[in-house]
Design a protein. Structure first.
Length: 534
């Protein structure tokens, strides 16, 4: 069929003759530019919105098509002139709507986008009122999705009736189909609303959730970034199984899972076999030497190097994720471009998975989701010697924002506090979001080495370097007085550690084995006193 470039077709799916008649009257009253003609194509009792619109598309030779609901009334008399002018501005513009979201959130619902544009009279609350979103200073705003109440096109792309055979997500799907073809989806700058949508009170029924999940299954890998979940593991197959299952339960679809096994036996590898046979997104690596030649931080680095995702979230092999964790966190990154770190409240659990009361570092920081200046949060962490941001399990970050390996801060590799070093690095260049609901579960159990005196000694010296090197780089420590105050607090909070080390060095075997670490601690302690007295 030869395309008629001077024809506009108005295509309906309808089941109410009276509504259709009233809507048609609004079209017939429009100003029609000289040389153009209109055509109205009603499709009665279609099996689905996509099926009906495909029927209407095939019935007309019109280049321009307006797909609209039977309860939509066009009140802009110059509607045709306005859409033609927009399409003439750019051949890349494929689809116009009167209200839409700048991005499609990770749950697929454009109405939950942080930035929405457009305006329309609408009665979904039971009362006809002006729904007004953000205004644009330009002729139009690029968006990822528009509301299906009216969708105007200058190109024909089939509606996806093969996957969406109902009444939901046909509009968002069609927007994505246009984006995939390289066309733009836009919301125009309407001086006055173009349409009135007399839909009445609406409820989400007849399979809304089913079609939302179909949409996400179909388009997630196109719309949303790949997230690498990195699990360094060591001799904990039972806990690892729980951790892995919590990843597999994520509502976010675009995930790869990388497991680097540093175990000294085959138990973890054996446990992994059923998962590897059935789940393609898991990449499992057994470190070559069964004696576990890699240190903990080296195993972290190996996971990081193997990852392909735009975003990274480590998962300690004894922790767990909430099923919504990645979806909620990615949603902040795609809508706020200056965020470099997403964290949340983390729920403490015991070895059996039962909830524990919070400790100092895990107390809830905010009761609602809050975006925080990165340097402000970094100063809080250093001032309180407290990792309120969370363990590696807790945080999602963009891989490109981490210049170098995990655990590096200002060029120094940190070990027990590798997570803090990473967070401080990320917070230098952007904001953080704190999500108030528990999105991860941090397990406390006897198998951990948090109370290992060697790690404690290293950790104390690392906090010293966090303070002094932040001052040298003018990041989180503001001036010399601030530096001195923080070092006094650091010394006071760690005096008992130094006294404990003084006793331990009496054991010659301990002293010989850990001489370098002990000397480093004493050096930091003495250097801090010199700075304080300067």
């Amino acid at each position: 069929m030869e395309i008629n470039e001077h024809k506009i077709a108005f295509i309906y799916c309808y089941n109410d003759e009276q509504l259709l008649k009233e809507s048609n009257l609004s079209i017939q009253s429009l100003n029609i530019p000289i040389g153009y003609e209109i055509e109205i194509i009603p499709v009665k009792n279609a099996s689905s919105m996509c099926a009906g619109y495909n029927i209407g598309m095939q019935k007309t030779d019109a280049k321009y098509k307006v797909y609209l609901h039977q309860d939509v009334f066009i009140i802009n008399k110059n509607f045709i002139k306005d859409i033609l002018e927009i399409f003439e501005k750019s051949k890349k513009i494929g689809l116009i709507g009167v209200a839409g979201g700048k991005v499609i959130p990770t749950n697929g619902e454009w109405m939950e986008a942080h930035n929405k544009f457009g305006k329309v009279y609408d009665s979904h609350t039971g009362k006809m009122q002006l729904i007004l979103f953000n205004e644009t200073d330009n002729h139009y705003e690029l968006v990822q999705a528009v509301d299906g109440l009216i969708m105007i096109t200058q190109y024909d792309i089939p509606w996806r009736e093969d996957i969406l055979n109902g009444w939901y997500f046909y509009d968002t799907s069609q927007c994505v189909e246009f984006l995939k073809k390289g066309y733009e989806v836009i919301v125009p700058n309407q001086k006055e609303p173009w349409c009135k949508h007399d839909c009445g009170i609406t409820t989400l029924k007849n399979g809304y959730e089913e079609y939302r999940n179909i949409f996400l299954d179909q388009y997630s890998t196109y719309l949303f970034p790949l997230v690498s979940i990195l699990i360094p593991t060591y001799n904990r197959p039972e806990y690892l199984k729980e951790a892995l299952e919590s990843v597999l339960q994520q509502t976010y679809r675009n995930i790869e899972i990388i497991i680097c096994d540093n175990s000294t036996n085959d138990n973890t590898e054996i446990m992994m076999q059923p998962f590897l046979k059935s789940i393609q997104t898991i990449r499992y690596f057994r470190n070559p030497n069964k004696l576990g030649v890699l240190t903990v931080i080296e195993n972290f680095h190996r996971c990081f190097e193997l990852s392909k995702g735009e975003f990274i979230n480590f998962l300690m092999d004894d922790d767990r994720f909430s099923s919504e964790k990645i979806s909620i966190m990615v949603n902040y990154f795609i809508q706020f471009k200056d965020i470099t770190l997403a964290t949340s409240y983390r729920q403490l659990i015991n070895e059996n998975g039962l909830f524990l009361n919070p400790i100092g570092a895990t107390k809830k920081m905010f009761d609602i989701d809050t975006i925080i200046d990165g340097k402000e949060l970094g100063r809080y962490v250093i001032s309180n010697f407290l990792n309120v941001i969370g363990e590696p399990t807790t945080v999602l970050f963009r891989k490109s924002d981490l210049n170098g390996n995990f655990g590096k801060y200002l060029g120094r590799q940190y070990r027990p506090n590798a997570d803090v070093g990473t967070w401080l690095h990320l917070l230098r260049n952007g904001r953080a979001v704190y999500i108030a609901e528990p999105l991860s579960f941090f397990r406390l159990h006897k198998g951990q080495d948090q109370n290992n005196i060697v790690n404690i000694i290293i950790g104390v010296t690392e906090w010293y370097y966090f303070i002094t090197e932040s001052f040298d780089d003018a990041i989180y420590v503001n001036n010399s007085n601030d530096l001195k105050e923080k070092l006094i607090a650091w010394r006071n909070s760690n005096t008992y550690i130094v006294n404990q080390v003084n006793q331990l060095v009496l054991d010659k075997s301990f002293e010989e084995k850990n001489r370098n670490l002990i000397n480093e601690l004493y050096k930091c302690y003495n250097d801090s006193l010199s700075i304080i007295n300067s």
